[in-house]
Write a protein that binds this ligand. Structure first.
Ligand code: TXA
Ligand code: MG
Length: 329
């Protein structure tokens, strides 16, 4: 069931459902999340079951404001405090040392915890209402509201398409950021960028006063399931190529060719009017905003192949490039 997220009654109803240990999907500025009380093992188990996600893959816990950090984390290094100060509420998740005995199931049994304070007004209102509910819910564990390995949802309709109409979904409109939060691991003494998002490295480094390390600089094992090579994938096969190769591939098709979609900054020519062509915006922020909806839309047209022009090798495109590389892996 989809409820308007901007109504006080919907928020109160959703908070009550969460306080009884059930799931509610809610909007954030990045993507929609599938939420449960982060402090209840039985509630969190429902997330893993619904998503089909292995239960040792840790979930992000969402808090209403920075004061929630002390409940879940045992220590916060100075560089992490500076990131919180600068970017919360916003599309940034920090991995911190978990307080013993708190949210173990949400953390997938790990000794760390991913924390994020979302900037979306509906998410914020829900988190505040949850903290005031009986019993109080401090923190919502919420992965992206999609089946494991699939493209994250950026509208309430996408969430319903994933989980059906029994799930309560708060509708907050289309997500403004459109790709998942930037994840910085703060448990290793220096900041480690686990998943790029829309926040640029340069901004992160300026805010925390440290160089962002990559996971492979410290060790080879990636810790985030969003860092698995194949992830965020639509049903159709995604292939990345430069504009020239894309045009060459189109030139090889006959006038009856179908089942192919293109997404490119370049204007492409094709003899077949059954090839779906969409223009990628020139701007990385705008592309991030529409990317997952575009991939889902191609799937809904039943295409077999999605040919995407490789985004520019520039810092502001890092998050979009990362998601497209995973979708094509
Ligand atoms: O934008 C977002 O981050 C969205 C919205 C709903 O907040 N959430 C999201 O959650 O993308 P999910 O579960 O799809 O991706 C969370 C990522 C996973 O790759 C997970 O492995 C990583 O965060 N993660 C969470 N807790 C972690 C931890 N303690 N240590 C390492 N990685 C962690
Ligand atoms: Mg996800």
């Amino acid at each position: 069931m989809i409820l308007a997220g901007n109504s006080a009654e919907s928020i109160a109803q959703a908070a009550q459902v969460l306080a009884t240990g059930e799931l509610v999907a809610f909007p954030t500025e990045t993507v929609y999340g599938l939420g449960a009380d982060a402090g209840r093992e039985d509630a969190v188990a429902k997330i893993f079951a619904a998503k089909g996600r292995p239960s040792d893959h840790p979930l992000i816990v969402h808090v209403a404001d920075a004061s929630g950090v002390a409940h879940f984390a045992s220590q916060v290094p100075a560089f992490a405090s500076r990131l919180i100060e600068k970017f919360w509420p916003g599309p940034l998740t920090l991995i911190l040392h978990r307080r013993i005995g708190v949210a173990a199931a949400a953390a997938g049994g790990h000794d760390s915890i991913g924390l994020r304070c979302p900037a979306h007004p509906v998410a914020h209102a829900l988190l505040v209402a949850c903290a005031q509910a009986t019993p109080a819910v401090i923190g919502l564990a919420a992965p992206s509201a999609n089946k494991f390995g699939r493209v994250s949802p950026t509208t309430a309709g996408h969430v319903r398409a994933e989980f059906g109409d029994d799930l309560l979904v708060l509708d907050g409109g289309p997500c403004q950021v459109g790709i998942e939060s930037t994840i910085v691991d703060c448990t290793r003494g220096v900041p480690v960028l686990l998943r790029p998002g829309v926040l640029g490295r340069a901004e992160l480094e300026a805010a925390c006063g440290e160089r962002m390390r990559n996971a492979d600089e410290l060790d080879a094992t990636p810790r985030a399931s969003g860092t698995l090579e194949s992830h965020y994938a639509p049903t159709a096969r995604v292939r990345l190529m430069d504009a020239k190769s894309l045009q060459t591939a189109l030139d090889l098709l006959g006038a009856e060719a179908a089942g192919i979609a293109t997404y490119s900054r370049a204007i492409l020519q094709t003899r077949s009017d059954k090839v779906i062509r969409r223009r990628m915006p020139d701007d990385a922020v705008e592309t991030a905003r529409q990317l997952f909806a575009v991939l889902r839309d191609f799937d809904s047209h039943g295409v077999r192949l999605i040919w995407v022009e490789t985004p520019p090798d520039e810092p502001e495109w890092e998050g979009v490039r990362d998601r497209l590389q995973r979708a094509s892996a």
